[in-house]
Design a protein around this ligand. Sequence first.
Ligand code: PEP
Length: 247
Amino acid sequence: MGRRKLVVGNWKMNGLRAQLPEVEAIGALAAERPAVEVGLCLPATLIMAASQVKGGAFVGAQDCHMKDNGAHTGCLSAAMLAEAGASWTIVGHSERRQDQGETDADVAAKALAARAAGLKVILCVGESLDVRDAGGAEDVVSAQLLASLPEGAAADWLAIAYEPIWAIGTGRIPTMEAVEAMHKALRAALASRIGAGEANAMRILYGGSMNGENAAELMAIEDVDGGLVGGASLTATKFAPVIAAAG
Ligand code: PEP
């Protein structure tokens, strides 16, 4: 069976209640395209309200803590996010790896905590520009993926997002050949850990300046199973052609 395309918006630290009509409009677009799984990973403050207007889209979070509860001021557990209405969460986004110093082990622990609370997970990996320029990015990112991969990783609750750090928010993307080579390498790395069958079922998204102009070409690549989309997911107008490109 083929992998259903997964297209997820990451709103990062953007969005107030005034943007709920955009969530609703994106939910309506998602309902028109049941062949594509569409979601929005929103600021936690919007999750509950967005869940009421999400239409055919799912609502997700952008991070969760690895612990169930405790003295962690300002943090949110996976169960809290699930109770608010999230059904997915991102873990290991490069902005959190950089800004909050999250390690591969942290990312794996967060993924496990999310799963325990019933959340599905998008686990992000990707190389810096220095690594890309030095060559061998596939080996570096494959190693990062294997070090971040949680126990029991399986396609029914986990998806991978390959996001070259230098492509996020910059308008630059790798060549199609480079994306193809990376996704192939990541699937091979997954197969080495979880077996070929599970690796073939797991979705590997591309993220980094995906938009209505490049989404069709990116998502036509054999091992690209959708997109994690920042800036181009903030309005229904911008997100619509990305969703359409997925099928
Ligand atoms: C992201 O942050 O996950 C992302 C892909 O951002 P953008 O699409 O804006 O590059």
